[in-house]
Design a protein around this ligand. Structure first.
Ligand code: KIV
Length: 380
């Protein structure tokens, strides 16, 4: 039986070459004659490779290449109890601020979990920050569910909430309930969030009656930006502040366990907070709410320079800048040949390298001679 020795065959069959690497030993290339060896020479290798592999398996300790994307690192240094609705309620009663942040995938949830956040929201803002969509109206239930599942896998302590996307809950309380059930069963989150005030009360009632906690969302409700005339601060007039209060009371009455209050003057948010018996989670609503939420990509600075940032966002980091610096340095080091350095490679015993290279050279020389002889016979 004839087999082609190709570099891919070498990769597949050689225990020296780690899985996933595209590695041709330079020593092999250097010592193989005047021109670079092309390992696609047809040769009879039945038996040769099998016996060699058998030999190597017997004598060589195969190095394990650990995957660089193992799901978890070390457990958090501050192990804490799982946050439940009771935990949130007791924080609220004690006047302890509730911390909430968005996450849209495993790594962003993992870091939020390690930082000790009380709540993690798989917000539909991921449509923009993770999927590059124009606005949140485009994101689908299936897409949200995929993100919810990856967040849930990284979250063992924080209370997780999935955002019902536009179109998945407004038609009827039944539609909302069936979407909410999918978020719990398929998305593996602990609660759902939906936008809207008094008009959503029957919907909130239907979902909470089925045993699914609901986080309400009033004030600036981004899914309704077209009706609101854009991303506009809400509750700035006496009448609009009264409407907000009515909405807050209605969602509380319907059974929401907390309410997000977005882009509202801080006096109005603080007044509403004082009247409610459930926590308010503010975003652009000042410091008088029971807790705060921010979009993680915004507050960690995970976006390129020049991008618009709402007034209420404090940029706590420069993740984008840090990633840019790292990737640029990597690029320069690869181009310049300084990466990978010795410490990034897998060791191999010198005798093994020499034996391997020696065998290969002999094999290739034999092939080359056979080829020359064959050509000579043809010419004659
Ligand atoms: O989608 C989202 O991230 C949100 C928060 C900003 C509250 O709704």
């Amino acid at each position: 039986m004839h087999k082609q020795i190709t570099s891919s065959l070498l990769r597949r069959s050689s225990p020296f070459l780690s899985r996933g690497t595209n590695y041709t030993p330079s020593v092999l290339l250097r010592g193989a004659g005047a021109s670079q060896p092309h390992l696609n020479t047809t040769t009879t290798i039945t038996g040769y490779y099998q016996s060699q592999l058998h030999h190597h398996h017997q004598h060589v300790q195969i190095q394990t290449r650990y995957s660089s994307h193992s799901p978890m690192g070390l457990p958090p240094t501050n192990p804490r109890k799982k946050v439940t609705l009771n935990t949130l309620q007791s924080m609220y009663k004690k006047g302890e601020k509730i911390t909430m942040i968005t996450a849209h995938d495993f790594p962003s949830a993992h870091v939020a979990e390690h930082a000790g956040m009380d709540m993690i929201l798989v917000g539909d803002s991921l449509a923009m920050v993770a999927l590059g969509m124009e606005d949140t109206s485009e994101v689908l239930v299936e897409e949200m569910l995929l993100h919810c599942r990856s967040v849930a896998r990284a979250t063992s302590r924080a209370f997780t909430v999935g955002d019902l996307p536009m179109g998945s809950y407004e038609i009827s309380p039944q539609q909302a309930l069936s979407t909410a059930i999918r978020f719990i069963k398929e998305g593996r989150v602990s609660a759902v969030k939906l936008e809207g005030g008094a008009e959503m009360a029957p919907t909130i009632r239907a979902i909470t009656t089925a045993g699914i906690p609901v986080l309400a969302h009033i004030g600036l409700t981004p899914q309704r930006q077209n009706a609101l005339g854009g991303f506009r601060v809400q509750g700035k007039s006496k009448e609009s502040a009264k409407r907000l209060l009515r909405d807050a009371l209605a969602v509380q009455e319907a059974g929401a366990f907390a309410v997000v209050v977005e882009a509202v003057p801080q006096e109005v948010a603080a007044f509403i907070t004082g009247l409610l018996k459930i926590p308010t989670i503010g975003i652009g609503a000042g410091n008088g709410t029971s807790g705060q939420v921010l979009v993680q990509a915004d507050m960690t600075g995970n976006f390129p320079p020049g991008r618009f940032l709402p007034k209420f966002v404090k940029k706590y980091g420069d993740v984008w800048g840090e990633a840019l610096r790292a990737i640029e340095t990597y690029r320069e080091e690869v181009k310049g040949g300084s990466y990978p350095a010795e410490e990034h490679t897998y060791p191999m015993a010198k005798e093994e390298v020499e034996a391997f290279v020696g065998d290969m050279r002999r094999l290739m020389n034999a092939n080359a001679s056979a080829k020359t002889e064959g050509e000579g016979e043809k010419d004659a």
